[in-house]
Design a protein around this ligand. Sequence first.
Ligand code: DGL
Length: 272
Amino acid sequence: MSRTARPIGIFDSGIGGLTVAAAIRRHMPGERLLYFGDTEHFPYGEKSPEAIKHYAIRITNFLIDRGCKAVVIACNTASAQATAEVELTAGDRVPVFNVVDPIAEHVANKWSGHTVGVIGTKGTIASRVYVKAISRLDRSVKVRSLATPLLAPMIEEGFYNNTISKAVIRGYLEHRNLSGMEALVLGCTHYPLIRREVEEILGSGVKVLDPPAIVARHVRGELEARGQLHQGDTPSGDDHFFLSDLSDSFAKSARRFFRRSMTVEEMRLWDQ
Ligand code: DGL
């Protein structure tokens, strides 16, 4: 198989990375996707950096062994805690993309001198990855951040768009840590699924950024520059979705996102 026809490997702890996968599909319709959701170890946001590194290395080897031409870490927690290890694992075999760097770049370009909020898992916020990445590029951006640990488990369960989820989201967004923000980074790939609720609560005074689209445009640009983009509107084959622990909620969400033919398989990476 030619290099460009090989799939793009994407991973997350669960369904969150599907928001990135869906954006990649929209921005690169010719690409085939190979997705790994590490549902056995969900939520990553509560795990130690050592555990995340261990999972990320194993998944990266799996994706590369399956012929992926690139690895997208479609999880902020793993991007924060394991990018270096994933890059080391990939070596010069395939390029690695995380979800934090393109967003930090976007914020530095568009929100210079402004106050930007970031919400994410405990792991992501504790790592201060966004504060560091943004201030490295532009010290004039004020970054306000808040860990919102209830959100990813709620979303993974499909528990959103109801009065309880709205109350939980509102409680977080009205926290004083986020006061004065003019834009908000949804710093967890699960959160775009509650984007509408977030926008409703925040109103038009706060711009809610679109991380999956920002990441997909970045990946597209990089693949194109390397001559690795599969041109055209038709992928060279079916997408594949693997889960370390098969779950119904994943299959339902995945079907909502990807209407075309789709196989979801269990892959017990840690039993091998
Ligand atoms: N989707 C993941 C992220 O972007 C995290 C969810 C979790 O496993 O805690 O951080």
